[in-house]
Design a protein around this ligand. Structure first.
Ligand SMILES: O=C(O)CCC(=O)C(=O)O
Ligand SMILES: [Fe+2]
Length: 382
């Protein structure tokens, strides 16, 4: 082996090369001074969860949010701001890697497998190429062991990423599922938890996300992002606080409001699967990411997200022993039995393959698309 190859190999294997003292630290951009209509969202203090009567208090606080809004904040989730900022730093340094390095880990779009690197500019947002880059990391369980390789930067930090992944699942996702069970008055508070255990195969993933700044012309060509209304596909999405505004929620009154970056919080939104499991009673919230206010347009917008999903073999029919759902008379949302694995594949195929999506959306001619077994997605108000 030549000495250059030996040196390269040992440098790559050396974890100290990627220590946080060697990386470019992420710095939170300043908050906007713009006067925009902010969403009014409740904040759950997860520290209250373990106190006597805490779960019941939090469930009460959630009742309106989960049925009518689909968005809320959580705070005190057991990870320090330093741990969170380290993840933002990893995201920043990952996205700064050369394309030739990142593309070794590129997503298998045709297989609708979103784990890995998703390059920007894959689809047209009206007339402008999208400005979003992502890196998705699967659960740290035996089902995914050895399945996805990572750049050395990420490999050097997999232990902290695993801690983060698992903490989000156990400190946030599972407690929320117990609160949802209380809201639904399920006899078994663990009902939803049993469909979302960490060790069982599911498509949960952790994501680094980057929105690149756009020129005024690109923003105009993309209609300032206003056509991007969507619902997420899983159970809940956790979105770490970052200061660049852009996320908007479609309210029941038909108006879009902006989500504010509240320090020390995670923004949570309910997604399609929890809606399928409750016949639409728990609300899969419609949201979009638009052009930031003018005083923030020059900044990159970095996201840290966790997407929670039930086990792949979960059948997506409404829960039968909830007095709340019974009273509401909810119905299944598919015209046959559908598993989570089938739902993920169907929706991700549309999300990851612009050519297929274009054709399928055009089929109906009425601005909707059949995702699977009679369930349709639609375009939302601009
Ligand atoms: O970046 C955000 O604020 C939200 C991203 C989002 O909606 C998504 O990735 O589904
Ligand atoms: Fe989303």
């Amino acid at each position: 082996m030549s000495s250059t190859v030996t040196e390269t190999l040992s440098a790559a294997a050396d974890p100290t090369r990627y220590g946080f003292d060697k990386l470019n630290p992420y710095e939170h951009p300043p908050e906007t001074k713009a006067d925009v209509p902010w969403s009014e969202l409740v904040t759950l203090d997860l520290e209250d969860y373990a106190r006597p009567g805490g779960k019941e208090r939090l469930a009460k606080q959630l009742e309106h949010a989960v049925h009518h809004v689909g968005f809320f904040y959580v705070k005190n989730f057991g990870l320090s701001q330093e741990q969170v900022d380290q993840q933002f730093t990893l995201a920043k340094n990952f996205f700064e890697l050369p394309t030739e390095e990142k593309e070794k880990f590129e997503v298998n779009y045709a297989e609708a497998d979103y784990n890995g690197w998703r390059r920007p500019g894959r689809y047209l947002q009206v007339k402008a190429k999208d400005n979003v880059e992502m890196y998705n990391i699967a659960k740290f369980t035996k089902d995914f062991e050895g399945k996805y390789d990572h750049p050395d930067l990420i490999k050097a930090h997999l232990p902290e990423i695993e801690v983060f992944h698992r903490a989000l699942h156990s400190n946030v996702v599972l407690p929320l599922l117990r609160l949802f069970a209380i809201v639904l008055q399920l006899p078994d508070e663990e009902y939803l938890v049993k469909q979302h255990t960490y060790e069982t195969k599911s498509e949960d993933h952790f994501r680094y996300m980057l929105y690149y700044p756009r020129t005024e012309e690109e923003w105009a060509d993309s209609k300032y992002g206003t056509t991007g209304g969507h619902t997420d596909l899983g159970t809940v999405t956790l979105l770490f606080r970052q200061p660049v505004a852009g996320l908007q929620i479609l309210g029941e009154d038909g108006n879009w409001t902006w989500v504010k970056a509240e320090p020390g919080t995670i923004t949570v939104n309910l997604a399609d699967t929890i809606s399928h499991l409750t016949g639409g009673w728990l609300k899969s919230s419609v949201h979009r990411v638009v052009a930031p206010p003018e005083d923030q347009r020059q900044y990159k917008r970095t996201g840290l997200l966790y997407f929670a999903r039930p086990h792949n073999d979960t059948v997506l029919v409404p829960i039968t022993d909830s007095p709340v759902l019974e009273k509401a008379g909810v119905k299944p949302r598919f015209d046959k039995l559908v598993t989570m694995a089938e739902w993920v594949k169907a929706k991700q195929t549309l999300q990851l393959n612009p050519e297929i999506a274009k054709k399928r959306w055009a089929e109906s001619g009425d601005g909707t698309v059949e995702v699977l077994a009679g369930f349709r997605d639609q375009k939302y108000k601009e």
